[in-house]
Design a protein around this ligand. Structure first.
Ligand SMILES: [Zn+2]
Length: 83
């Protein structure tokens, strides 16, 4: 299913999102429509490259719940950004 996935709602394929429950999904999976009730109530927001750097620094690992895609690869962190 992931092979033919395309970003929803005009997102870019590299974008990844999370909510206050810690659910993480890429733009191709079940991200709610921005500004919708679900988006607002669950406090969805994009995981920025800076967020990913911080997660990586703390030893965390994030992957899309829908397809398993790992944002750290999508973000293409350089070694200098990790330090
Ligand atoms: Zn996904």
């Amino acid at each position: 299913m992931a092979k033919s996935a395309t970003p929803r709602f005009g997102f870019e394929a590299h974008q990844v999102f999370w909510n206050e429950q810690g659910s993480i999904v890429c733009a191709c999976c079940h991200v709610p429509y921005p500004g919708s009730d679900t988006w607002i109530w669950e406090r969805w927001e994009e995981i920025t490259p800076a967020d990913m750097v911080e997660i990586d620094r703390q030893g965390g690992r994030v992957a899309c719940e829908g397809c398993g895609k790992e944002p750290s690869r999508i973000a293409r962190l350089t070694s200098s950004e990790r330090n």
